[in-house]
Design a protein around this ligand. Structure first.
Ligand code: HAM
Length: 422
């Protein structure tokens, strides 16, 4: 036997035992997105590398060191999408969706980042992504946050907290950036290696450092909120007011800066203490400049993405995963003629009882083996068809999950009889 091929590090299989939680999240989320007027779109997994360089920013961790980038056979530099926002904005521009129009969109799928894998952090991971294009806010900011709060409620997730901040406009952020760089340069000796590297390219990210030795330095840094322009200040105050009016608890975190360059004004994260170091389950913000930056008409926009693996892990911890659906009927058949007839009978039952799970015993086996399989399948009823039943034009019906004896039922009456028993 040859050696089995190993999976790629940081890329997981989602096995049937876990899929109920994934499907539950997807189904609840889809229902909420649609109820708020968001429409699904699907965008390619591969985009031109330049798209991510221009949108996420050249000096971000993602673009500097985490992208799966390669040259295709035609010599183009392509990248597996590390996130969905850039591709969605590109799609809106490429398809002319933004000419005076507004769009509420959602998208789901795999993202790829060459990060150091650990619990909750993977190289292939899934996001559910929601974007509102053409809405200046702050009403839409508040509604998007309310949408995400409803998602946690409907999923019965507890212990997720909202933190918000405003990054202001590019102009006010530039002023802040200069103040921050001046402050950090004055303390350059205290900067760790990562922060020294970020000082020139992306100093705001230093505020996000998880290194405890950097904490007091960061705490003493000037605050972004002190340089906010008047309009951003009003926008943020209106958002806070709207959240309070909706009874959505939040914490303002003046150090929340996010790891992607396209944000302006509102940024937010839903975090939890239940997942260890990877505490953000859902993050997003406003990106008013991105559409124009990528060559579209200036269009304000905001969105967020939730990390599916992390929300699924929370669902599992909170006991919010519904029980997987078991089949309704397991059809046991023994004897050459009966086995052939059972294939046909199973199809007839599937026609007559749409939506019901009908499992046919496959691969033969004696009655004992077949009943063991029927029991393991979790089915509520077993139907038994042997050559002898076939000759009499009946099948035996036997409840598997509740008391009740086995009864013979004429084949023509099976659908009604089964429906009355289920
Ligand atoms: P992000 O913060 O990079 O933002 O990712 C959003 C969420 O994806 C995170 O909160 C986290 O739950 C999950 N996530 C990120 N990286 C990983 C990973 N390596 N493994 C597992 N889960 C991960 C964005 O991607 C933005 N596009 C969000 C957005 C949409 N902003 C505006 N619109």
């Amino acid at each position: 036997m040859s050696n089995p091929i190993q999976p790629v590090r940081g890329m997981n299989d989602v096995l049937p035992a876990e899929i109920t939680a994934w499907q539950h999240l997807e189904q609840v989320a889809r229902g909420i997105f649609e109820a708020y007027g968001y429409q699904e779109l699907r965008v390619p997994i591969l985009e031109r590398t330049e798209l991510f360089e221009r949108s996420i920013g050249e000096f971000t961790d993602i673009v500097e060191k985490e992208m799966y980038t390669f040259e295709d056979l035609g010599g183009d530099s392509l990248t597996l999408r590390p996130e969905a926002t850039a591709g969605i904005v590109r799609a809106a521009i490429s398809n002319g969706l933004l000419r005076g129009q507004r769009h509420k969109l959602w998208c789901s799928g795999a993202m790829f980042r060459h990060e150091r894998p650990q619990k909750g952090r993977y190289r292939q991971f899934y996001q559910l992504d929601v974007e509102a294009l053409g809405f200046p806010g702050p009403d839409v900011d508040a509604e998007l946050i309310a949408l995400s709060a409803r998602l946690w409620r409907d999923l019965r997730l507890t212990g997720v907290r909202l933190t918000i901040n405003s990054l202001g406009t590019p102009v006010s952020r530039q002023i802040y950036r200069q103040q921050l760089v001046d402050y950090l340069r004055a303390h350059e000796g205290a900067l760790d290696e990562d922060s020294q590297r970020r000082l020139n390219g992306n100093p705001l990210r230093i505020l996000d450092s998880k290194n405890p030795e950097m904490r007091s330095l960061i705490e003493g840094a000037p605050l972004l909120s002190d340089t906010l322009d008047e309009e951003s200040r009003r926008h943020f105050a209106a958002l806070c007011g709207a959240l309070e009016a909706m009874d959505i608890a939040y914490q303002v975190n003046p150090r929340l800066v996010r790891g992607l360059d396209y944000y302006s004004r509102t940024v937010f994260e839903w975090v939890t203490d239940a997942l260890g170091a990877q505490d953000a389950v859902c993050s997003g913000g406003r990106y008013d400049g991105l559409v124009a930056h990528l060559g579209g008409e200036p269009t304000p926009a905001i969105g967020f993405a939730l990390g599916v693996e992390r929300v699924v892990a929370l669902l599992q911890q909170c006991g919010g995963v519904p029980v997987a659906r078991a089949p309704d009927i397991y059809l046991v058949a023994s004897g050459e003629r009966a086995e052939r007839a059972a294939l046909h009978l199973a199809e007839q039952l599937r026609d007559a009882l749409p939506g019901r799970g009908v499992l046919l015993n496959l691969g033969g086996g004696n009655f004992k083996t077949q009943f063991r399989r029927a029991d393991r399948s979790g089915a509520r009823l077993a139907l038994i068809l042997g050559d002898e039943e076939l000759d009499r034009g009946v099948a035996a019906v036997k409840p598997l999950r509740h008391e009740g004896g086995q009864i013979d039922c004429p084949l023509a009456q099976l659908p009604e009889r089964i429906a009355s028993l289920l």
